[in-house]
Design a protein around this ligand. Structure first.
Ligand code: NAG
Ligand code: NAG
Length: 350
């Protein structure tokens, strides 16, 4: 009786020791598990925080999903240039879409801005694609999209553009000779227009390239605004891939072919061989007199427009010199080729 009691109490003690040992082990196991879990969660969140951007996928450049916007300024040789894109689109497998606005107004309502941005971003079947139209610069950042389009454009000397535009709306061009233009039948020359200070040649008609590059802000469209000029310069540098000039289209086309071959492969030869067939000429154009030129140039609007043109020209020449080289003999423009390399790549792949 006594011995059996002692036996059973010993069993109880052993059992209790055993159970607490198991509980202890279990606790330790769980504790390490929890710590482990905490660690992984922690490291995961910090990892995804750091790697969040590249894992977005859209940050990787996929040439097949690129969108180019060419927000062409009227009378800068844009029809000739876009003709190249239409000639190349089947062979190079991309889409070209013309975007027209009611009465050619270059600024869109807020709802139309959203429609356009949504359409350009989501219309997957039309990627890669070039959209072109007489549209003021539109900043896609404002709409929260994660892929920006590539903007390109062409500028022309402001007075030459004005002369071309003035006679174009009166006499049309050889592309659509029977199309009735706004001022068809009006025989007033630009000299006469300037002499009587007619609204058709007021400085608002010179304030075109600055506001096109400035964009969709009220101040952009105030003729002679210095703020608009600064904004236009900023956009040209930070938001445009390349801006060429009417006077040097061949160089512009060559630059595009070498830098955006997905679209423009073959464009340079096409331009050189068929440059005449791509030309669209205003039927009648009378060069303005020295007096008219002097009068137009003696305005703030002309000075700022001209400053913008020269700014763009300097930037274009800078890029052109870095990028292109003339082949000896033929004068053909070639890409200078890759002038950078990678080295000291660590860690080495095992
Ligand atoms: C755009 O052009 C087409 C064809 O010329 C025309 O039918 C349409 O009305 C134009 N759209 C606008 C918004 O002006
Ligand atoms: C873009 O607009 C066109 C023409 O209005 C329409 O057919 C197309 O479905 C639109 N695409 C998207 C993704 O919104």
């Amino acid at each position: 009786m006594n011995s059996s009691r002692m036996k059973s109490s010993r069993v109880v003690v052993l059992l209790m020791v055993g159970v607490s040992a198991v509980v202890m082990l279990l606790y330790l196991h769980l504790a390490t598990e929890v710590a482990h879990l905490r660690n992984t969660i922690h490291s995961h969140s910090s990892l995804s925080y750091q790697e969040g951007i590249p894992s977005l996928g859209s940050r990787v450049i996929d040439p097949d999903s690129l969108v180019i916007i060419y927000n062409r300024v009227p009378k800068t040789g844009s029809t000739s240039f876009i003709g190249l894109a239409y000639d190349l689109c089947s062979k190079n497998k991309f889409n070209v879409i013309h975007m027209n606005t009611t009465r050619n107004t270059p600024t869109l309502s807020l709802t139309d801005q959203m429609r356009f941005v949504y359409n350009v971003s989501n219309w997957v079947e039309k990627k890669p694609g070039i959209y072109h139209g007489h549209l003021a610069y539109l900043d896609f950042n404002r709409f929260g999209v994660n892929q920006q389009p590539i903007y390109i454009n062409i500028l022309r000397k402001p007075l030459e553009r004005l002369v071309s535009y003035y006679y174009f709306v009166r006499y049309g061009d050889d592309l659509r000779p029977y199309h009735v233009r706004r001022r068809m039948g009006d025989k007033m020359t630009l000299d006469e227009c300037v002499a009587i200070e007619h609204p058709d040649c007021s400085t608002t008609h010179l304030w075109v390239q600055v506001p096109f590059f400035c964009g969709h802000h009220a101040e952009c469209w105030v003729p002679g605004s210095g703020w608009a000029l600064d904004q236009a310069k900023n956009n040209l540098l930070h938001s445009y891939f390349l801006v060429g000039v009417t006077e040097e289209i061949a160089d512009f086309v060559a630059m595009l072919e070498y830098s955006l071959p997905r679209f423009f492969r073959g464009a340079y030869d096409l331009y050189l061989s068929g440059s005449k067939s791509h030309l669209r000429k205003t039927v009648k154009k009378i060069q303005p007199s020295e007096e008219t030129i002097a009068k137009l140039q003696n305005t703030k609007v002309w000075r700022l427009e001209n400053e913008f043109y020269n700014f763009a020209l300097d930037h274009f020449h800078f890029l052109r010199k870095k990028t292109l080289i003339e082949t000896e003999g033929t004068g053909r423009l070639m890409d200078r080729g890759q002038k950078f390399a990678y080295e000291k790549i660590k860690p080495r792949k095992s």
